[in-house]
Design a protein around this ligand. Structure first.
Ligand code: NA7
Length: 535
């Protein structure tokens, strides 16, 4: 085992969070080491290389805004960039800022342990590396640990079987094959619409139908890019001031003040935009009021129905057990048209439960589906997975996994945990970036806060910082109160931890808005981190 003990900060992950953290902490004068399980930078955009993977955020907001140079030099080719383009962008940033030289790649962290005497964090990787530093920043992502379906016989399947987030670098041939896809969330939808045209047959196993919005994804030319660049100062400001960190915010006229035809007109306008603005940029009432939610849900249902030839099939593809926007709304591109093809079959696993995976297919309660390839688009142990899948020990040998299992998830603004001094997290539970924020917006905000906190501690000549138990409990209370008011909290999804059997139910993302969250964080910073125990 190799030992290297003289870092000031360890940063786990080389995605949007990790890269910016390494940059910021290096700028602060810290000796920083990044540790990444993958063999390159990208995080989510390194791992999720399944067919059709792309962002659901517009490229002009889904990027870093801290560097004018990067904003000026990087040229997006379309409104919603693909995985490949986003991965290239993050490589461009890492090369431009010379961040890769700070990383140890191909190192999977398995343990992080706080040594109270030395006030240092020690981490161990599966590959046998051991590192230590005063500060630990977990930039390991909110959707990192894949969750396979709970079906017997997974190991028996003899064809190609893969979780979407572990797609091989060299690709996976699905052309002219009999392919099964389990899962119809944001990922399943992108896979299905991408491979559906070229496979011999596609069997989609659906547990919950989702609402979707048709993506409008024009290509960008130099003229368009110049036009967008002129808007970057405004967009930067808007990102910081809006509910979800986008360049749009909820429209201001209350739902009830508009007559139904005016509401319909409004919905058509947002629908035509082909972005998430229909969800988190239109009527905020959809998150709180059943009636408003029903009307918007019905609008979307009609849109979906109009595209499906067979009315019975439409009934299956239209959500019936939750309202619009209470789960993550994916953007789609010709998703429903795929189901009009003869070689595509939709299996509702509520009517026809999955019984077993066998050597050459899937058995349901009704029949057997022969398959050459099986794709799990079954999501992640969201929010907590990256933190609880490793042995993360704080003070008094507390294991985070056990604490969160026994007492429930608890964090201070999703950034710190009491009892885990000098550890910071981004995209962790109880921050908006866990789901209700355009990722780079909230990543920059959170990392700036972390870097200010570390600077503050060092300037005071202190060595250790953690939130007080009281501050953490107050945040949890506030988080829960805000969440309980929403319709989101009443629906099963990864937002409510309901997708992982046995996981304690709790809303994962902060639902009060990225803008309001920013104000909370700023207040703590301006108050000299009085909510923290610094020694
Ligand atoms: P999601 O949104 O968690 O979707 C996972 C899908 O897999 C969803 O349709 C699940 O049904 C389905 N699933 C999971 N387990 C099973 C079993 N055992 N049987 C049948 N179906 C199952 O993950 P994604 O990867 O699509 O998206 C994650 C986020 O990435 C997304 O929100 C974006 O922000 C990017 P369920 O809905 O639980 O009934």
């Amino acid at each position: 085992m190799s030992h290297t003990n003289n870092y000031d900060a360890l940063v786990v992950g080389a995605g949007f969070t990790g890269l910016y953290t390494v940059f910021k902490l290096r700028d602060l004068g810290l000796k920083v080491c990044g540790v990444e399980a993958g063999n390159g930078v990208g995080g989510t955009w390194y791992w999720n290389r399944y067919p059709g993977a792309r962002t659901d955020s517009q490229s002009y907001v889904y990027q870093y805004f801290f560097s004018k140079e990067i904003l000026n030099e990087w040229n997006w080719s379309e409104r919603f960039p693909s995985q490949q383009e986003t991965e290239r962008y993050l490589n461009f940033v890492a090369d431009k800022l010379d961040l890769k030289s700070h990383y140890k790649f191909g190192q999977q962290v398995t343990e992080a342990r706080y040594d109270e005497e030395d006030q240092t964090w020690n981490i161990i990787t599966a590959e046998g590396m051991s590192l230590s530093a005063s500060f630990l920043v977990m930039g390991s992502g909110g959707l990192t640990v894949p969750k396979n379906p709970e079906v017997d016989g997974i190991k028996d399947f003899q064809g190609k079987m893969i979780h979407t987030s572990r797609w091989p670098q060299e690709g996976l041939m699905t052309e002219d094959k009999r392919v099964g896809v389990i899962g119809t969330g944001a990922t399943g939808i992108q896979v299905i619409q991408s491979i559906g045209k070229n496979v011999e047959s596609l069997t989609v196993f659906q547990r919950t139908a989702n609402y979707t919005i048709p993506m409008r994804n024009p290509k960008y030319d130099d003229k368009k890019r110049t036009e967008l660049r002129k808007k970057y100062p405004d967009i930067k400001k808007q990102r910081n001031e809006t509910f979800a960190g986008f360049s749009f915010d909820f429209q201001e006229v209350p739902f009830k003040d508009l007559e139904p035809p005016a509401r319909k007109k409004m919905m058509e306008k947002y629908w035509a935009d082909g972005s998430l603005s229909f969800w988190i940029g239109q009527f905020p009432e959809i998150f709180f009021e059943e009636e408003a939610n029903r009307e918007v849900s019905n609008f979307v249902k009609q849109k979906i129905r109009a595209r499906i030839n067979d009315p019975e099939l439409a009934n299956k593809l239209i959500p019936s057990d939750h309202g619009f926007g209470t789960r993550r709304v994916p953007l789609e591109n010709q998703y429903y048209e795929i189901f009009n093809q003869e070689n595509v079959n939709l299996v509702d696993v509520n009517e026809e439960p999955l019984q077993s995976i066998e050597k050459n297919g899937i058995r349901t309660s009704k029949t057997f589906y022969e398959l050459d390839s099986l794709i799990f688009a079954t999501g992640f142990d969201a929010g907590t997975g990256a933190l609880t899948s490793i042995d993360l020990y704080g003070k008094d040998r507390r294991l985070l996994r056990d604490e969160w299992n026994d007492k429930g998830i608890s964090t201070f603004m999703g950034l710190q945990v009491h009892g885990y001094p000098n550890m910071f997290m981004v995209m962790a539970p109880m921050s908006p970036v866990a789901a209700f924020c355009n990722v780079p917006t909230c990543v920059e905000q959170s990392v700036d806060w972390i870097s200010d906190c570390i600077r503050h501690v060092r300037e005071r000549g202190a060595k250790s910082v953690e939130p007080s138990l009281q501050a953490e409990q107050e945040w949890v209370k506030h988080h829960d109160e805000v969440a309980d008011e929403t319709l989101v909290s009443k629906v099963d999804s990864w937002y409510t931890s309901a997708n992982v059997p046995g996981k304690m139910r709790r809303v994962i993302p902060y639902c009060g808005g990225a803008n309001v969250y920013r104000e909370h964080c700023d207040k703590v910073r301006k108050g000299g981190f009085a909510e923290c125990l610094i020694s």
